[in-house]
Design a protein. Structure first.
Length: 118
């Protein structure tokens, strides 16, 4: 049995995206994922991302100091305020936005229309 991978690294993703942080292996729903924990750097919040191996183009191991410097330049952020606003649901609701809901709900009318699906 091999030791699980754990290293500070730059992860290059298909679609020309890059993320740097502490890279480990994770298993979710029976599948293997790569977990990247990006530390808080300056005013950018810490964030954790999970990616399937098929989304990864390359992994470059780095020292912690270098990975943190790269992460500071890349400024990977958690969900944006726009994302969270679209997910704002009453606390007792454990529902989701139904398939086919208008994904461009930028106006108040559109938001009311999406909310009506719950």
């Amino acid at each position: 049995m091999s030791k699980p991978f754990e290293a500070w690294a730059l992860v290059e993703l298909f679609g020309h995206n890059r993320i740097a942080g502490l890279v480990t292996e994770a298993e979710l729903a029976g599948g293997k994922f790569i977990r990247i924990d990006v530390p808080q750097i300056g005013d950018t919040q810490a964030v954790t991302r999970l990616y399937g191996p098929g989304a990864i183009y390359g992994i470059t191991p780095l020292t912690q100091e270098t990975a943190m410097a790269v992460a500071g330049e890349l400024k990977v952020a958690p969900m944006s305020a726009w994302d969270v606003r679209r997910l704002a649901l009453p606390a007792q609701t454990h529902s989701h936005i139904p398939l086919g809901a208008d994904e461009d709900a930028d106006s108040e009318d559109d938001e009311e229309e999406v909310s009506a699906h719950f």
